[in-house]
Design a protein around this ligand. Sequence first.
Ligand SMILES: Nc1nc2c(ncn2[C@@H]2O[C@H](COP(=O)(O)OP(=O)(O)OP(=O)(O)O)[C@@H](O)[C@H]2O)c(=O)[nH]1
Ligand SMILES: [Mg+2]
Length: 245
Amino acid sequence: MEASMQQFLESGLEFYVTIGILLVTSILIFIVIRTLRRKKADTILLVGLSGGGKTVLFYQLRDGSSHQGTVTSMEPNEDSFVLHSESSKKGKIKPVHIVDLPGHSRLRPKLDEFLPQAAGIVFLVDALDFLPNSRVTAEYLYDVLTKALVVKNKIPVLIVCNKVDKVTAHSMDFIRKQLEKEIDKLRASRTGISDADIAHEVTLGVAGQPFTFSQCINKVTVTEASAISGKISDVEHFIRERVMP
Ligand SMILES: Nc1nc2c(ncn2[C@@H]2O[C@H](COP(=O)(O)OP(=O)(O)OP(=O)(O)O)[C@@H](O)[C@H]2O)c(=O)[nH]1
Ligand SMILES: [Mg+2]
């Protein structure tokens, strides 16, 4: 009697152990398949106000020439290529997918379509015509920095003060400070609008302290460039760092 009881218990235990093993194996297989399926983010987005030089930069990165006289873009301009500066390594290194998004305010929602694949964002600022546009530039940058995906995926942002070939261009330190000040003001005014919405919105910076880019969860850096004359090495370096060969 006792022996058959023991046999019964043992077979029950065996049953549960087998089910347990099967369950753990299926979960592991499921996780592996999901990880393999998830495409690695390999896209660099060029964003910023209209006229900042995104399209000029796109061609400079791809062809090493600026295609003078671009008109305002109405559609995203995208391609996968090995950077012109790395063309000697063609075939040996991974191409990058670059999307030049139109700066026109009505076309800006296009950004959301590309964000899930973004490995980095290059935010162009017109350093020549900066002052009259500092507020709108900061508004757009604020929108980018508070996008849920940018924060969740910690997408690095490189702010590029473009057109430094002109002597009247503002310095990158000046532009950085102005943008930080404007974002600080925006932060105060936007959080003041409705307390109910704050729970859903990302709040930038540290409460009670003036805003600086270094407080962002994602890495935000500032550099200068001249897309038209090909002074874009910091941008190329940023891209290569984000999309490894
Ligand atoms: N001096 C100077 N001008 C530049 C530079 N980069 C772009 N430009 C000029 O700025 C203007 C706008 O350049 P685009 O590349 O078309 O600007 P964009 O950011 O693509 O603008 P949208 O397509 O409207 O969003 C053009 O007249 C360019 O020649 C630069 O580095 N230096
Ligand atoms: Mg353009």
